[in-house]
Design a protein around this ligand. Structure first.
Ligand code: HEC
Length: 395
């Protein structure tokens, strides 16, 4: 088995010369690749087509595999940003790696599609001339859907020819070498190893792709949500050292949680729940969030002052990564009662040197023991869950 894979790999490296040739062909046929703008305003007709017709199909048939940090080819189809970013053959988990790799967490380690291209992500949508022929011929999603239609699941009791292991060898062809992939693995169209899309779903996706795969800007927040963000950001970013240390403590417990405002959600029970992420920002409330991205939540933010901000979480929710956490008036009061009301002094903020910051017993020693004890009890489930859940699909 191993040998066979090795053979396949060798073969691919030998024929990669042809891939370059095909690549040149696409350039000649449809022009050079160029990132497209695909996010019209949320209420526009084009955006609503994506929201109502396209996203439900992706959510039902693709996101089950393509939503985690360690998804096949790092391809996350659970958000507009993930689709536009595309794919990358590098493995998130690689047991033989000797030194730490640079993380590639969506929404964190790069912000724009161009930044993702610069660190090796290739497009899955056509980024050449936006004519229907190019959109279908030179777009990976269109090619893989067509491939599935041509080679639906083989009629066998037990599936053969598909590897579902988390550490399967992956090919992750770019559009330039999709021909070879299709020749080598004819049954590996998408959805991989699953029944094909229905004709209706297939045609809906293909006609959307043909029209240029327009997606959507984020849904604007409601007045209620904006108000709640303001209240919590005002609290978390109070200037006192006591508050700054408290906010750092809260952030380091909730950075993986999907926060929602349960009071305003109760007021509009029919609208889908909007989740938020608590992030570190170089900018205070009122200014656009400038995310501080570090490998670990307690790593040196390298700014004079950290601000704790709430940003809408714009991706489809999947169970493996989902840790819902309610923010409401009661919770705010509870945190204030535990951490802010008691009389105690924080003389200086702890350093971000690993020796201090990696040990919460040291970093947060100035916070009252009673407050920390109660906070841990109050949030025991959420804290334990963050050992089980998280951005990756294993572990
Ligand atoms: C059962 C899991 C599964 C489902 C469901 C699934 N995929 Fe995939 N997908 C994979 C795997 C595995 C690969 C990697 C194949 C390889 O290159 O070895 C992949 C690769 C891809 C790639 C190619 C990435 C690259 O770098 O070449 C695209 C595009 C893609 N999938 C789109 C989709 C779409 C669209 C759907 C839904 C219609 C879908 N997938 C559903 C497992 C899945």
């Amino acid at each position: 088995m191993k040998l066979k894979h090795f053979g396949a790999l060798l073969f691919i490296s030998v024929i990669s010369g042809c891939a370059v040739y095909t690549g040149l062909n696409y350039d000649q046929l449809f022009g050079k690749q160029q990132i497209q703008s695909r996010t019209p305003e949320y209420n526009s007709k084009a955006a609503q087509r994506f929201v109502r017709e396209i996203k439900p199909i992706l959510d039902n048939r693709c996101v089950v595999c393509h939503a985690c940090y360690d998804a096949p080819c790092q391809l996350k189809l659970s958000s507009v940003e993930g689709i536009d970013r595309g794919a990358n053959k590098n493995l998130v988990y690689e047991g033989t790696r000797l030194t730490a790799s640079n993380p590639t967490r969506l929404f964190e380690d790069a912000q724009t599609t161009q930044e993702w291209r610069d660190i090796g992500f290739h497009p899955i949508l056509n980024e050449r001339s936006q004519i229907p022929e190019a959109n279908l011929e030179a777009g990976l999603v269109a090619r893989l859907l067509t491939q599935k239609k041509a080679h639906p699941l083989p009629e066998q009791k037990q599936l053969e020819g598909f590897d579902f292991k988390v550490d399967r060898q992956q090919q992750c062809p770019t559009i330039e070498n999709i021909d070879q992939y299709q020749a080598d693995y004819p049954t590996w169209g998408m959805p991989y190893g699953m029944p094909a899309l229905s004709n209706k779903e297939h045609n809906t996706l293909m006609s959307w792709l043909s029209d240029g795969a327009v997606m959507t800007a984020h849904q604007p927040l409601s007045k209620q949500q904006i108000k709640q963000v303001k209240i919590w950001e005002a609290f978390l970013n109070n200037d006192s050292l006591k508050q700054q240390l408290t906010s750092r403590y809260i952030y380091e417990h909730l950075f993986l949680s999907h926060i929602y405002f349960s009071d305003s959600q109760k007021a509009t029970p029919n609208s889908p729940i909007q989740f938020f992420a608590l992030v570190r920002s170089a900018t205070p409330p009122g200014l656009p969030v400038k995310r501080i991205t570090t490998r670990r939540p307690y790593d040196d933010p390298k700014v004079d002052r950290v601000y704790y901000r709430l940003v809408a979480y714009p991706a489809t929710i999947v169970d493996k990564t989902h840790q819902p956490y309610a923010f409401n008036d009661e919770k705010l009061k509870r945190i204030q009662d535990l951490f802010i009301k008691p009389t105690y002094q924080v003389d200086s903020l702890p350093s971000y040197k690993a020796k201090v910051s990696a040990n919460p017993m040291t970093a947060f020693a100035s916070l009252p023991v009673e407050a920390r004890y109660q906070f841990m009890l109050d949030n025991a489930q959420n804290t334990i869950m963050s050992f089980i859940k998280g951005p990756v699909c294993r572990g």
